[in-house]
Write a protein that binds this ligand. Structure first.
Ligand code: SAJ
Length: 418
């Protein structure tokens, strides 16, 4: 049966989820405090880049299954999909979740369903949201259904993964979990598992922590191999021939709003027990400085000038998101050390150091750094690039470029960790 669903937060998760639910025929009301997002959405336009999302949104807005507004309204189901960043002390900032929750309170009525999608520390749903909802005098679990239903989608492949990934739903009671399962079943083709809220919250944090810890292992091995003059990329290639070994890629560090943030929520809850998790976070956070040391060393060695050009600024390839990007940290370190930095990234528009023109970006620089392996960089004619640079150094932080080809052109190619 079609429901009226109010989704608070129209970002990387809220908007695709709203569009998917709308495409199933639900009457979806998308709410965001950002007026620009709402105004654009009213015209069927989106501000984020994500494959196929623009087309889907255009369609559901045209059919009036998705309507954008600035403040919530009455509905059957409320979904909260707002950011949960960390503050300076690496503790969860729940302000957006609490503001969103408070904004829906006046509209709640008996029989409503409230779903938290935002990644949150263990206990948020039961210990923080439930008491807030109970301030309405509606009994949670009976009059109001409450569940935590985290997303697991990979930016760059969101719509496919929203439909195909398995999901875990943590209900405040079984009735809540089952009702929420019914809602998501309209577009989720993967399996849907139900459990309690704390387990579901922990599952979400553990998934991203698992990946962060594994990348930290590769980054630590990169440093160790470097110190022993061993090529880490060969070590990984051959180690991964073992049937039960799968080392991930080392690189300039781990960014984004998930891996670089979520493990801290576990550390916050269990500071004395989370040793590997904390150390992994710090290891990954140390990589931009390690890359800086590589750059500094190469430039000093060749007596190059202090202009560094960087290709790619986002936290990973083929997306437009620079949140927690290690390349942003690298830029800060370079500037603190009086380097002149210019960046070329076709996915990023609004940043002071971004050059729209690749040749302007690389002009007179002594080194070109591959910060992000955007697919479009494959088509760059490096013969033309070396003509306008003042030096001939390339530092590849992603094992992305073809060494032999570049050396034939005249570049001095250095792969980090090789
Ligand atoms: N990275 C490496 N080496 C690797 C893989 C990734 O350095 O081998 C870096 C990337 O360059 C990037 C960061 O890690 O800076 C994170 O990228 P990612 O592709 O691993 O993940 P996200 O942050 O885009 O999405 C993750 C996914 N989580 C897992 O794979 C466990 C996604 O499924 C989650 O839904 C998402 O976090 C989220 O929203 O929580």
């Amino acid at each position: 049966m079609n429901k009226k669903i109010c989704i608070v937060g129209l970002g990387y998760i809220g908007l695709p989820t709203a569009a998917m639910l709308a495409s199933c025929g639900h009457n979806v009301i998308g709410v965001d405090t950002n007026k620009k997002v709402v105004e654009n959405l009213k015209m069927g336009k989106i501000l984020i880049k994500e494959p196929h999302l623009d087309k889907l949104v255009k369609e559901v807005v045209k059919n009036k299954n998705l309507i954008a507004i600035n403040v919530p309204c009455e509905a059957d189901v409320f979904i909260i999909a707002v950011p949960t960043p960390i503050n300076e002390e690496k503790k969860a900032n729940l302000d957006y979740v609490l503001n969103a929750m408070n904004s829906i309170l006046p509209y709640l009525k008996k029989g409503n369903v409230v779903i938290l999608e935002s990644t949150s520390p263990v206990g948020t749903t039961k210990d923080i949201l439930k008491p807030i909802l109970e301030s309405t005098n509606l009994k949670v679990g009976e009059d109001l259904y409450l569940a935590y239903c985290p997303e697991r989608v990979l930016p760059g492949n969101i719509l496919t993964e929203l439909a195909n990934n398995h999901r875990v739903i943590g209900g405040i009671n079984e009735a809540s979990a089952l009702i929420v399962k019914q809602i998501y079943e309209c577009f989720v083709r993967g399996d849907i598992y139900i459990t309690d809220t704390k387990t579901a919250e922990m599952v979400k944090l553990v998934e991203n922590t698992y990946r962060d810890v594994n990348i930290a292992l590769s980054n630590e091995l990169l440093k160790i191999c470097d110190s022993m003059s061993i090529n880490i990329w060969n070590v990984i290639k051959y180690s991964n021939k073992h049937p039960r070994v799968n080392l991930l890629d080392p690189g300039p560090g781990v960014g984004g709003h998930c891996l670089a943030v979520d493990p801290w929520f576990i550390v916050e809850n269990s500071p004395n027990l989370s040793n590997i998790i904390k150390l992994s976070r710090l290891t990954n956070d140390s990589m931009p400085r390690y890359i800086f040391n590589n750059i500094d060393c190469l430039i000093k060695h060749t007596r190059g000038n202090k202009k560094v050009s960087i290709l790619g600024m986002t936290y990973k390839a083929d997306i437009d998101d620079i949140r927690q990007s290690p390349i942003v940290d690298l830029i800060d370190i370079l500037q603190e050390n009086n380097y002149e930095v210019s960046i070329y990234d076709p996915y990023v528009k609004e940043h002071a150091l971004i050059e729209d023109d690749l040749f302007k970006c690389v002009k007179n620089s002594s080194i070109l750094v591959i910060g992000v392996n955007h697919s479009v960089f494959k088509y760059i004619d490096f013969k033309e690039i070396i003509e306008v640079m003042s030096g001939n150094l390339i530092l590849d932080t992603r094992n992305f470029l073809d060494k032999d080809k570049l050396e034939k052109i005249g570049f001095k190619y250095k792969l980090v960790g090789a």
